[in-house]
Design a binder for this molecule. Structure first.
Ligand code: 5GP
Length: 158
């Protein structure tokens, strides 16, 4: 039987917003900021290496990969965080995102070797871009605590 290493780490917090440009964390709640980098990627105003796209989802390589495979999977709709998405998105959008996660894992050829999925929400979660996104990490062994630590170090360096 295939053994997939799938970890969904969701942290939630409820403090006020900031911007990615400063590497600072952002709130998982409040109004959607149309100027965030992922909104610009969706609008075609910023480039990204696209891995997968359908009517509701876009997946693209992270600009600063933490692992050989580091893909960001995002809904096309304007959702700030998982709480926003799970509260306000349609069942079709939610199903499309979950299905896309599996499709992207197959496209990245980490289906057999395994991978980890992480979604940071709000300040305590370490979210820096206020558009819901799932990090799909693989290509080498992933320990989520280590991945999270690396991400925090990376943000401090920004
Ligand atoms: P968070 O810290 O919010 O969980 O993750 C945000 C992620 O977005 C980071 O891993 C960061 O490297 C990535 N990122 C930030 N800006 C860009 C960008 O302009 N393009 C791409 N492809 N990734 C970005």
């Amino acid at each position: 039987m295939k053994r997939l290493h799938l970890l969904l780490m969701i942290s939630l917090s409820v403090v006020m917003a900031d911007s990615y440009a400063t590497g600072k964390t952002v709130s998982g709640i409040g109004h959607y900021d149309c100027n965030n980098v992922f909104a610009k990627i969706l609008d075609g105003k910023l480039p990204a290496t696209k891995i997968y796209e359908d009517n509701h989802v876009l997946a693209f390589n992270d600009i600063r990969p933490l692992r050989p495979v580091h893909i960001l999977v995002i809904p096309k709709g304007e959702y700030r965080s998982l709480v926003d998405f799970s509260t306000n998105a349609s069942d079709v959008e939610i199903a499309a995102l979950v299905r896309a996660l599996g499709k992207v894992a197959k496209i990245a050829k980490v289906e057999q070797s395994g991978f980890s999925i992480m979604s940071n929400s709000g300040h305590d979660g370490g979210q820096t871009v206020p558009h819901l996104h799932f990090h799909l990490l693989g290509g080498t062994k992933v320990h989520w605590e280590e991945a999270l630590l690396q991400q925090q170090i990376k943000h401090k360096a920004d």
